[in-house]
Design a protein around this ligand. Structure first.
Ligand SMILES: [Zn+2]
Length: 471
């Protein structure tokens, strides 16, 4: 009989349709779930979660690792450590901010090679659609890209230009051959700019330069393109911020179009009114909006209009944030804490679970909804429905063991990503991750931090794997 490893607990949640109850999950030598018994059996178990919750590992479908090329912003070791410490067992990298950007098979292969030996969790990547690379798309899908992302406005980096309707049509005709997925950064330039007469260290100056109409106009275009290629190309709106776009999204879904939508932890947990002056760690595009907008996003999460929640972890070095913490403004004409000129992006991979849970439980979110929003739906979105996001026979044995009742202050020593600027520092949450398991192997164990070979709780070996076409 093949060797099996057992993971057990009194409070196990297998998937979003299940109830919390005792279970023992037996994992085969290949790291897959072999069988499940609805009983608590601590004798000989590799992991005994006891009264803590054991649930599927989190799949974060929107992470900017920035390696190769901008590894000083973020790299695979630090990003996957942060993921592991937060119960995230799979991250899907974005095709931009690394150099080269992931828009050819060659660039895809460079990223895969660069990540070798540095992954503490499983990692895959989206490819990019840029003007003129339509012929590269099917080969990239065949190489293992999970789908593609494009920008309808300036991406912030020169290597990843925006596409227009003609580019989209060429790309989607290729994707239709393989039922590919296209992700849209859904903002278009509507002529809004920052008012030079206003104080750039005030958040409102930046917020008013990215009005909701930029998202609404972009999403109208996404829906139109989605309809044109339905049902052959699934279209996905990344990081929805503007609640004004929800009616168009609801209508498109009611029409039966293959459209999915994500929002991010920051849009659900932060109000524009609360962003302090000069605190550019809160800047991202589209921007965090006001409290009334946030309430509408929550309603859309609860009613299922918004399919999933991701981090959009997108850090940079502190100098590019022009943050007061690093003394001064590096760009000519910028001031310290300049919201208009600072790089946009929020660092948060691995801290989403307590953020979502703390805020969500007050709004009626159940643990099953958490599993649906950040495990199941994100796995399916990344083409991993049969393999990740649930605890089920034949699936990868990816688990997180956490305590949903435990108080947790997000102190800097708990931040494992490379650059520690984040709006969540010192935030008080409920919910604390204790262990993370990837394909049957413990990759993070808070209780072992400091023990021999368990630097800060991480396994000595990087046990994550590249998610390519071969699996
Ligand atoms: Zn992003």
């Amino acid at each position: 009989m093949a060797v099996e490893t057992a993971f057990t607990g009194r409070r196990v949640l297998l998937d979003s349709a299940a109830e919390v109850g005792p279970a023992t999950v037996y994992v085969d030598a290949a790291g897959r779930v072999a069988r499940i018994e609805r009983e608590y059996r601590p004798e000989g178990a590799a992991v005994d979660a006891g009264d803590r919750l054991l649930m599927p590992g989190i799949v974060d479908g929107h992470v900017h690792i920035n390696q190769p090329g901008r590894t000083q912003w973020e790299g695979v070791v630090t990003a996957s450590h942060a993921a592991a410490a937060g119960g995230v067992t799979t991250i899907i990298d974005m095709p931009l901010n690394c150099i080269p950007s992931t828009v050819t098979v060659d660039a895809y292969n460079q990223k895969r090679e660069s990540f070798r030996g540095g992954m503490w969790v499983d990692v895959g990547t989206w490819g990019g659609v840029v003007p003129g690379n339509a012929a590269d798309l099917v080969p990239m899908l065949e190489a293992g890209a999970r789908g593609f992302k494009c920008f309808l406005c300036d991406s912030g980096v020169d290597e990843f230009p925006a596409v227009n309707e003609a580019h989209l049509r060429a790309a989607m005709a290729e994707l239709a051959k393989k039922r590919g997925t296209l992700l849209f950064h859904a903002e278009v330039d509507t002529g809004a700019t920052a008012d030079a007469a206003r104080d750039p260290t005030e958040y409102a100056t930046f917020l008013d330069s990215r009005p909701p109409g930029m998202e609404v106009a972009a999403i109208d275009l996404v829906v139109k393109m989605c309809r044109e290629f339905a049902p052959h190309v699934r279209c996905h709106i990344v990081h929805l911020s503007a609640a004004d776009a929800l009616p168009a999204i609801r209508a498109a879904k009611a029409e039966g179009l293959p459209l999915t939508v994500e929002t991010c932890f920051h849009y659900l947990t932060i109000n524009a009114e609360d962003v302090p002056r000069r605190s550019t760690e809160y800047k991202c595009c589209p921007p965090i909006r006001g409290e009334a907008n946030r309430a509408q996003l929550w309603a859309a999460v609860v009613d299922g209009t918004i399919d999933m929640v991701v981090s959009d972890h997108s850090p940079c070095t502190p100098d590019l944030k022009m943050h007061p913490c690093c003394g001064g403004a590096p760009i000519a004409g910028a001031v310290e804490g300049d919201f208009v000129k600072a790089w946009g992006g929020i660092a948060s991979v691995g801290i989403g679970l307590p953020l979502l849970w703390t805020e969500g439980r007050r709004r009626g979110l159940r643990l099953q909804d958490v599993v649906r929003l950040i495990c199941e739906r994100t796995a399916a979105h990344s083409g991993l429905a049969g393999r990740k996001g649930r605890i089920a026979v034949g699936h990868d044995a990816d688990f997180v063991v956490w305590d949903p009742e435990e108080q947790n202050r997000i102190t800097v020593d708990k931040l494992h990503f490379r650059n520690k600027l984040t709006p969540y520092r010192e935030r008080q949450c409920t919910g604390c991750v204790h262990q993370t398991v990837v394909r049957g192997a413990v990759v993070y164990d808070a209780a072992r931090a400091g023990a021999d070979g368990w630097d800060r709780g991480f396994s000595q070996q990087p046990l994550g794997r590249w998610i390519g076409s071969d699996e």
